[in-house]
Design a protein. Structure first.
Length: 379
């Protein structure tokens, strides 16, 4: 059976070069980085070299990079410490953030007397910047948490504009950049972001490792206690092979950024063109069909398919070897609805199946043709 992997927003294939570097480190550099002997010093040196390398991509100090188990832990570290240690009284966010943000905020509301404010959304899922400005007009200690690229619909935030607004209004700014790090360059010397979260497996690195950017002198404190690893932000023996894998994957992503972005955008544009020919009534959720307002790595489509066929769409795509993500907020047989689509789609489109297709440099136009051919069967 032919297989097609169009679920790169969920996770990506690890590059061969990343696997090779990780394997070498696992074979040779097995010392505990906290040990004072030569084996430990070698491992520690590798970690700090990776930290400097990662920091260079964002034009920041190595001391501002904190390695974590992934984006979710990085989000938790920032949000929890901001409330617990920095005295944040208000969190400003949206209802279409990743659950790593929304569920963490839910828990913080139970533990602390914080006020949560939600920025209004335009019909296409972009934030209402005027409303954000209104919410920022408060004397309380504030944290804004808005993702750079939405993981479901691909909308891009004007991250520089938001960062400037936050700075003007004395608000801290945190951004979940899990879908954008490795795909977009972020100069954090020029953009006054206080915190961000990233995850290696979204840019062809290993699972189980990511990092938080924590602006110098922010006052953020750790949430995992034990040893003094990661300068006290995150106790526990470091996974050297994963950190090395993250570093290698990030380096390759940025070295090949322009070439791979052009290639992937070509895949996306071709998919959009072919899909419109086969299904003229297809709806592109959010701004995913706009190259200016969305990421080049994904589309989220509401398909004009009759309910009888829609109920089996995801199952049939899987049977045909096509990996993608269900994206409907009200899809028959769905055990988990999309909170993002529930916020932006009208009732009629909520009843139709929505699917996210996400792309990488490993995909081909031939795979698009095969997928379009399968979708034709549902028309």
């Amino acid at each position: 059976m032919r297989t097609v992997y169009f679920d790169n927003a969920a996770t990506t294939q690890i590059r061969d070069e990343v696997i090779d570097r990780m394997t070498e480190v696992m074979k040779i550099n097995f010392g505990n980085p906290s040990s004072t002997h030569n084996y430990g010093r070698q491992s520690k040196s590798i970690i700090e070299s990776c930290r400097k390398s990662v920091a260079l991509h964002f034009n920041v100090s190595a001391s501002e990079i904190v390695f974590t188990s992934g984006g979710t832990e990085a989000d938790n570290l920032v949000l929890r410490s901001a409330v617990r240690d920095l005295g944040v009284e208000e969190i400003i966010t949206t209802k279409i953030e990743h659950h790593a943000i929304l569920h963490t905020i839910d828990e913080l509301e139970k533990e602390f007397p914080i006020l949560v404010k939600y920025v209004n959304l335009e019909s296409d899922g972009h934030i209402d910047y005027s409303h954000l400005e209104q919410l920022l007009d408060s004397e309380k200690k504030k944290l804004v948490s808005l993702m750079h690229v939405n993981n479901e619909i691909g909308n891009k935030l004007d991250i520089s504009r938001v960062a400037s607004l936050c700075k003007q209004n004395n608000a801290l700014f945190h951004s979940d950049t899990v879908q954008s790090v490795g795909h977009y360059q972020l100069d954090l010397e020029a953009i006054p972001i206080d915190f961000l979260a990233a995850s290696a497996h979204k840019f062809h690195g290993p699972k189980g490792v990511g990092f938080a950017f924590v602006r110098k002198n922010s006052g953020i404190k750790g949430s995992i206690f034990g040893g003094a690893q990661e300068r006290g932000y995150r106790a526990g023996t470091e996974a050297i092979h994963n950190i090395v894998g993250l570093d290698e994957a990030l380096k390759l992503s940025y070295e090949n950024l322009n070439t791979e972005r052009s290639y992937i955008l070509g895949i996306k544009d071709y998919f959009i063109t072919q899909l419109r020919e086969v299904l003229p009534d297809v709806v592109f959720n959010g701004s995913c069909s706009s190259p200016e307002n969305s990421t080049y790595t994904l589309i989220n489509v509401c398909l004009p398919i009759v309910p009888e066929k829609a109920a089996m769409l995801q199952f049939q795509l899987d049977l045909k070897g096509i990996a993608c993500s269900k994206g409907s907020a009200c899809q028959s047989g769905s055990s988990q609805n999309s909170h993002v689509l529930a916020e932006i789609l009208n009732e009629a489109n909520l009843q139709k199946p929505s699917v996210r297709f996400s792309f990488s440099t490993f995909n081909t136009k031939a795979e698009v043709d095969y997928t379009i051919g399968v979708l034709k069967e549902f028309v």
